[in-house]
Design a protein around this ligand. Sequence first.
Ligand code: PNS
Length: 164
Amino acid sequence: MRAVCPGSFDPATHGHLDIIERTATLFEHVLVAVGRNSAKNYLFDPDERVDILTEATAHLRNVAVKPLSGLLVDYCRDEGVDVVVKGLRFASDFEFELQMAQMNHALSGIETVCLPTAARWAHVSSTMVREIALLGGDVTSFVPVGVAERIRAKVAGRNEGSQR
Ligand code: PNS
């Protein structure tokens, strides 16, 4: 079966990678769909997020990364995806994911499987990682090494830009 792990991944965290790795043990083929969430202020643009995830998942033979621009259900139809996989950290994630799963099912009949996030990453969110990084904090324990380097470069570039 083919599964998709959709998200905005801005930036990809250890929590995301844990869900992708576990999904790759459960399904024959996994697509990571890098989408956009209109409610978010992005640190990395879509191409950068695809590159970052491609690097971070290079060790996983059955995982491919592709951008997601339209509806997830259309992406699943076009890519031959059978199931959507999402990570759940806490009750508020569940409420939102439940509604999205029900809506996606109503739109196309696609099923969603939820995996509990590993307890050690439950406190990690991309939104917090972005805020901490932009305010000069250390995020190296929350993201893969390559992602931390990209964040350092991006934040340094932004700070230089704002001093001009
Ligand atoms: O990491 P995020 O921000 O929670 O990811 C959200 C994402 C990109 C998975 C979600 O916004 C999504 O599925 N977008 C695709 C557009 C779509 O299908 N919207 C209707 C969902 S019911």
